[in-house]
Design a protein around this ligand. Structure first.
Ligand code: CP
Ligand code: NVA
Length: 301
């Protein structure tokens, strides 16, 4: 059997991604209608976390329970991987027991190596380089709130980080234009930008990026693992806050998204994240529905 992994958005075709989004919307309606749906009966998801998480952990765990399966939370503090057992051996062993494995860690190459030795689907639940699961929820949210994202303008404001990199891949996979405004030295990976140059425009001026945007999004200035740089980053990014003045140059019906957790008063003002254009709570909830759709796809249920 051909195993499919989900390490970045290009592991699925455009058609598969769009079908997955539609399925997520359907699964959400089914849950609202209290329709029982248990395709993961007897299926087990192993969840390896080497970084903190609220949304990712709870959404994957809830998805498995609601769909009749179960999950095992594995912190690196508890499993032998954290004491030096190799990724290869851990992958061989875990994948001989469970039906899918989800990993949140630092190095993207570690997740790639894990997938290489796994007999079951591996899901990237965030690395320093990509956060593809979040993009599934973001795309579902845009479709639900505004319809098709094809041909729309998305503005990414702030750090050229893992979320930004996933937006770059999403731009190609979902066919939208992405304007990225980041300070010099905090821009996204240039190989990636050049590879997707038909879809991506890089600049330093947030106003220029947000002008006429349909979707405005940002993320924390210091990601997990960059805590020591927090003070410096607050200085560097001070002109990159998404606030009412910035939102005023976007389209009137533009939506604001943030993967969360958010720092009000830093990358986003309270008036924006708690304001009318913000769809962040729907976006967070959609992690549950889109990941159910992803698990259905990968587990072929
Ligand atoms: N957006 C996101 O992945 O949130 P968590 O870090 O809480 O999982
Ligand atoms: N860029 C953030 C995203 C958190 C969901 C981080 O990696 O910490």
């Amino acid at each position: 059997m051909n195993i499919r992994h989900f390490l970045t958005l290009i592991d699925l075709s455009k058609q598969e991604l769009n079908q997955l989004i539609q399925r997520a919307i359907e699964l959400k309606k089914m849950l609202r209608a209290k329709q029982q749906h248990e395709p993961f009966k007897n299926k087990v998801l192993a969840m390896i976390f080497d970084k903190s998480s609220t949304r990712t952990r709870v959404s994957f765990e809830t998805a498995m329970i609601q769909c009749g399966g179960s999950s095992i939370f594995l912190s690196l503090r508890d499993i032998q991987l954290g004491r030096g057992e190799t990724i290869e051996d851990t992958s061989r062993v875990l994948s001989s027991m469970v039906d899918a494995i989800m990993i949140r860690t630092f190095k993207h190459e570690d997740v790639e190596l894990f997938a290489q030795y796994s007999k079951v689907p591996v899901i990237n639940a965030l690395t320093d380089m990509y956060h593809p699961c979040q993009l599934l929820a973001d795309m579902q949210t845009y479709v639900e709130c505004r319809g098709d994202i094809q041909g729309k303008k998305v503005a990414w404001i702030g750090d050229g980080n893992n979320m930004c990199h996933s937006y770059i891949r999403a731009a190609q996979q979902f066919d939208f234009k992405l304007a990225i405004a980041s300070p010099t030295n905090y821009q996204p990976n240039m190989d990636l930008v050049n590879q997707y140059s038909n879809y991506v425009e890089l600049m330093t001026d947030p106003m220029q990026a947000v002008k006429n945007a349909d979707l405005v999004t940002t993320d924390v200035w210091a990601s997990m693992g960059q805590e020591a740089e927090q003070t410096k980053r607050v200085r560097v990014f001070k002109d990159y806050q998404v606030n009412n003045s910035l939102m005023s140059v976007a389209k009137l019906d533009a939506v604001f998204m943030h993967c969360l957790p958010a720092h009000r008063g830093e990358e986003v003002s309270a008036e924006v994240i708690d304001g009318k254009q913000s769809v962040v709570w729907t976006q967070a909830e959609n992690r549950l529905h889109s990941q159910k759709a992803l698990l259905e796809f990968l587990l072929k249920t």
